[in-house]
Design a protein around this ligand. Structure first.
Ligand code: MET
Ligand SMILES: [Zn+2]
Length: 791
C-alpha cells in the first residue's frame, strides 16, 4: 500500500441497514416466506445499497475516498464475519461448500435454525439493544478466507465509481464474542484460535484489495470490556495480531475502530490506540462520547497513524453540540500535530434513519434531534470547520447552538413540580416494611395454594387484536368501539384462565402495542416516532420512544383495564406495569442529566399508578424489569454504581405499596446469575424469571445466595410454538423443588404469551396446571412422611 495516509476528513462507522422504509426487513421476510427467490433478495439488497451510497454522497461523504463504509449485512454483522471466515460449528458443517463458504440459504439456517437444529445463540451486542449471533468456536473450527459477499459488494460499487470501505468485525473481538463450541474441552477459550483466525483475515484483506478496496475497517469494540486492558497492553495479544495483519504485503490500509467506551485499560486512555499504531495500522478510532479522551502521551505515540475521533454520538438521537465537539477536535489536532478525522462514536445502526421522515412529533422536538442522516451531516460540518476554521461553518454552529438553547429553556424539560418531588425524597420512600410481615399480610389476604400458578401478563396478540388497534388508529372504528372490543378480549382471557385453573389471573394486555411505548404514550415527557425503526436483531425492529422532558403522570391509565378485569372474577387479578429501568433502556433518553434522576421521575409516576391500583382494590401488582441486566455496564468496575441507581428506582416505584399488596417483578432476556444480589435488592415479594431454556440453572444460584422471597422460575419456554409436555414441566418443577423450599416457589411460563397463538398456549398452560397439581400432591405427601418420621 501507499505510505501516504489518505484517510478522509469525515466518516461514519456504519449506517442503518434496515432501510428508511424497512426495505431490507420486507425483502428478507419475503425470501423466508418463499415470496422472493434468491435473485430477488439480492436485487432488493443491491437496490438498498445503491440508495444508501447515493444518500451518503448527498449528505456530504465523498464517493471516491473510502469515507463510505460497506456494512450491509443481510441479518447480522457478526454472522457475516462467521460466513466470511467459514467458521461454521461442527453441527452446521454440512452447510459449507467445498471452499468453506455458505450460500444464502445456509446463512439464514445459521440465523434461524432448521427442523432439528437450534440457530446460533442470539445475544446482546455490548450494552445496546442490538443482538448478534454468537459464534461457536472449538479446537477444530475451520478458518478460511471466503468473504465472497463483501468482495462482490466492493467490486460492484467500484464499477459504479464508488470506493467503499469494507467493514468487518476484527479478529480479537470476533473471538471475544464467541462461545466455546459444545464438546470443546473444559476451559477452552475461543481466543486460543487467534492465529488461525488471523491467517484467514490475511486472506480476506488480500481479496478485498484485489476487488479495489483501499481501506478496510476492522471493528474491535471488544477491547472496551474487562479483558481489553490486558489484551491491548503494550506487547499484548492485540499488538501481536495487528503486527501480523499490518505486515501483510499488498493489503489495503487499515482502520481499527473501538467504540462503546474506552478501549484497553481505562486508567490509561489512548494506550490501546498507541499500541495499534505501533503495530502498524494506518488509522485508529476512539469513542469520545462514552470513552475518555486519549492522554497527550498516547496521542503523541500515534506518530503517522491517523486519529479518527468519534465525537458524534452513534447511540442517541440528540443533536450534537457542534461548538463543543469542534473544540475537542481542535485540541486533538493540536496535540497529535496532524490532521484528525471526524466520525461517529459507533455505527449509526442504533439510531433511526431520518428526522425529516417524522410528521407527528411535537413541534418543538425535531430541531433538537439528529437521526442517522443528520448525524452524517454533523460529521461533515465538523470536518469542514476543523479544516477551514470556525468561520467556514459559522451558520451551522449558530443553528446548533440555538436549538440547544431552545431545548435547555423549553417548558417541560424542567418541570418544577417534578423537581420538587424528586428533591424531597427521603430514604423512607425507598423502603417497604419487613418482608416477613408483608408475606403474612399477603397470605392472609390472598389465601393462595402451595405453588401458586400465574402467567407473566400478555396473552396472544391475535390478528384481531392488532387489527382493532390499526382500525382505531385509522379511524375506521371509534374509540368507544375499540374499548368495547378490548373489554370483550379481556373477558375472554379472564374466562380462559379461570377455566384452566390458574390461581393469579392477568388481564392479558390487549391494549398495549408494546410494553414501553404504551407507557410512553400515557406519561408526560415522552414522544413517539412514526418511522423511527431501529434494528433489534435480524429483521426485527423496534421503535424506541423519545424521553425528552421531566416525566409525570397526567392521570391513571392502567387502572380502568385492570379493575374491569378484576370485576369479572373472584380470583386475584395482577396489575401490570413496566418498570423504570426497562422504560429507560428501551427509549432514547435525554442526555442532559444523570440516568438515575430520570429513572426516579419515571418511578414516581409508576408509584402513583400503584397507589391508584391499590385504591381500586387490586391486591397484586407486577412491575416488569426485563431490561435490568441489559443496561449493566461493560466493565465490572462500573456495575455497582449502575445497580445502585437502577435498584433504587425500582424500589422507589414500589415501596409505597401497603404490606398487604403483593409486588411482583419479572426478569427475562438474560442470565441473571451475576446479579442475584441486585434482584434481592429489588425487594419484590415475588420474582418471575426466564429459566426454562437453561433448565432452571438460576435456581441453584438463588439457593446458593440464600434468596428468601417468592420466586417463579419459568417452566415453559414461550419462545417457540412447541408445547411442553406435563412430564417435561414436572421435571423442571422437581428441579426447582430440589433447590428451594416449596413455600417460596411459583409456577409460571418464562415470559409473556404475546407472540404465541391460542392453540399452543392453551395446551401448554393446561400441562403447566396439571404438573403443578401433581407436584402439590407429592410435596404434601413428603411433608406428611417427614412428620411421621419425626414422631
Ligand atoms: C419482555 S417481558 C414481557 C412482560 C409483559 N408483562 C408480558 O407479559 O408481555
Ligand atoms: Zn419477559
Amino acid at each position: 500500500m501507499s505510505t501516504e495516509n489518505t484517510f478522509p476528513a469525515a466518516t461514519i462507522l456504519g449506517y442503518p441497514r434496515i432501510g428508511p422504509g424497512r426495505e431490507l426487513k420486507k425483502a428478507v421476510e419475503a425470501y423466508w416466506a418463499g415470496r422472493l427467490d434468491e435473485a430477488g433478495l439480492q436485487h432488493a439488497a443491491d437496490q438498498l445499497q445503491d440508495r444508501t451510497v447515493a444518500r451518503l454522497v448527498e449528505l456530504g461523504l465523498d464517493r471516491g475516498d473510502s469515507s463510505i463504509p460497506a456494512d450491509f449485512a443481510l441479518y447480522d454483522q457478526v454472522l457475516d464475519a462467521t460466513a466470511a471466515l467459514g467458521a461454521l460449528p461442527a453441527r452446521f458443517a454440512d452447510l459449507a461448500a467445498e471452499d468453506g463458504s455458505v450460500d444464502t440459504a445456509g446463512y439464514f439456517t445459521l440465523a434461524r435454525g432448521d427442523g432439528e437444529r437450534a440457530p446460533l445463540e442470539l445475544t446482546k451486542w455490548f450494552d445496546t439493544n442490538y443482538h448478534y449471533l454468537v459464534p461457536e468456536i472449538g479446537p477444530g473450527t475451520p478458518f478460511v478466507a471466503v468473504a465472497h459477499g463483501l468482495t462482490a459488494t466492493v467490486r460492484r460499487q467500484r464499477e459504479r465509481g464508488t470506493v467503499l470501505r469494507p467493514v468487518l468485525v476484527g479478529p480479537v473481538t470476533y473471538l471475544l464474542l464467541a462461545k466455546p463450541e459444545d464438546g470443546a474441552p473444559a476451559g477452552f477459550d475461543p481466543l486460543e484460535r487467534i492465529d488461525d483466525a488471523v491467517a484467514a483475515y490475511v486472506g480476506i484483506l488480500a481479496s478485498l484489495a484485489e476487488a479495489g478496496a483501499e481501506w478496510v475497517q476492522l471493528d474491535e469494540p471488544g477491547l472496551v470490556g474487562d479483558r481489553g486492558g490486558e489484551l491491548a497492553a503494550p506487547g499484548g495479544l492485540v499488538e501481536r495480531v495487528y503486527r501480523q495483519l499490518a505486515g501483510t504485503a499488498g493489503r489495503p490500509a487499515l482502520l481499527v475502530t473501538t467504540g462503546y467506551g474506552t478501549a484497553g485499560d481505562p486508567a490509561r486512555p489512548g494506550q490501546a490506540l498507541a499500541v495499534l499504531a505501533t503495530a502498524g495500522v494506518e488509522a485508529v478510532h476512539a469513542d469520545l462520547v462514552r470513552g475518555s479522551r486519549p492522554s497527550a502521551e498516547a496521542l503523541q505515540a500515534l506518530g503517522g497513524t491517523r486519529l479518527v475521533a468519534g465525537v458524534v454520538d452513534g447511540r442517541n438521537v440528540w443533536r450534537n453540540d457542534l461548538r463543543f465537539s469542534l473544540g475537542v477536535l481542535e485540541d486533538l489536532q493540536q496535540e497529535t500535530g496532524t490532521a484528525v478525522t471526524t466520525a461517529t462514536s459507533t455505527s449509526l445502526l442504533h439510531v433511526p434513519h431520518d428526522v425529516q421522515a417524522e410528521t407527528g412529533l411535537p413541534e418543538h422536538l425535531p430541531a433538537w434531534l439528529a437521526f442517522a442522516d443528520q448525524k452524517v451531516r454533523e460529521a461533515v460540518v465538523l470536518a469542514r470547520g476543523l479544516a477551514g476554521g470556525r468561520p467556514a461553518v459559522a451558520a451551522e454552529l449558530q443553528d446548533a447552538e440555538e436549538a440547544l438553547g431552545h431545548r435547555a429553556r423549553f417548558d417541560g424539560v424542567v418541570v418544577d413540580s417534578v423537581r420538587t418531588r424528586t428533591r424531597g425524597l427521603t430514604e423512607e420512600a425507598f423502603t417497604r416494611g419487613p418482608a416477613e410481615r408483608r408475606a403474612e399480610a399477603q397470605q392472609e389476604r390472598l389465601g393462595l395454594p402451595l405453588l401458586p400458578t400465574t402467567t407473566i401478563g400478555s396473552f396472544p396478540q391475535t390478528r384481531e387484536v392488532r387489527g382493532a388497534r390499526a382500525a382505531v388508529r385509522s379511524g375506521s372504528i371509534s374509540q368507544s368501539e375499540y374499548e368495547q372490543f378490548l373489554r370483550q378480549e379481556i373477558a375472554n382471557v379472564v374466562r380462559l384462565q379461570e377455566g384452566l385453573g390458574l390461581d393469579v389471573l392477568v388481564h392479558g394486555e390487549p391494549e398495549r402495542n408494546d410494553m414501553v411505548q404504551y407507557f410512553a404514550e400515557n406519561l408526560d415527557g415522552f414522544a413517539a416516532t412514526e418511522q423511527g425503526w431501529v434494528q433489534s436483531y435480524g429483521s426485527r425492529c423496534t421503535r424506541p420512544s423519545i424521553l425528552w422532558g421531566d416525566v409525570s403522570r397526567p392521570q391513571a391509565f392502567t387502572v380502568p383495564w385492570i379493575s374491569f378485569a378484576q370485576s369479572l372474577t373472584e380470583r386475584p387479578l395482577k396489575g401490570m406495569l413496566t418498570g423504570p429501568v426497562t422504560i429507560l433502556a428501551w427509549s432514547f433518553v435525554r442526555d442532559d442529566q444523570p440516568l438515575g434522576e430520570t429513572a426516579n421521575q419515571v418511578a414516581l409516576a409508576l408509584r402513583d399508578e400503584i397507589a391508584d391500583l391499590e385504591a381500586a382494590g387490586i391486591a397484586i401488582v407486577q412491575v416488569d424489569e426485563p431490561a435490568l441486566r441489559e443496561l449493566l455496564p461493560l466493565r465490572s468496575a462500573d456495575h455497582q454504581a449502575y445497580l445502585d441507581w437502577s435498584v433504587r428506582a425500582f424500589r422507589l416505584a414500589t415501596a409505597g405499596a401497603e404490606d398487604g399488596t403483593q409486588i411482583h417483578t419479572h426478569l427475562c432476556y438474560s442470565e441473571f446469575g451475576e446479579v442475584i444480589s441486585a434482584i434481592d435488592g429489588l425487594d419484590a415479594d415475588v420474582t418471575s424469571i426466564e429459566a426454562a431454556r437453561s433448565r432452571l440453572e438460576v435456581v441453584a444460584d438463588l439457593a446458593g445466595f440464600g434468596y428468601s422471597r417468592g420466586i417463579g422460575p419459568g417452566v415453559y419456554d414461550i419462545h417457540s410454538p412447541r408445547v411442553p409436555s406435563e412430564q417435561e414441566i414436572s421435571g423442571l418443577i422437581d428441579t426447582a423443588l430440589a433447590a428451594l423450599p416449596a413455600q417460596q416457589l411459583w409456577i409460571n411460563p418464562d415470559c409473556g404469551l404475546k407472540t404465541r397463538g391460542y392453540d399452543e398456549t392453551v395446551l401448554s398452560l393446561r400441562n403447566l396446571v396439571a404438573a403443578t397439581r401433581a407436584a402439590r400432591g407429592s410435596v404434601r405427601l413428603s411433608t406428611a412422611e417427614q412428620v411421621l418420621a419425626r414422631s
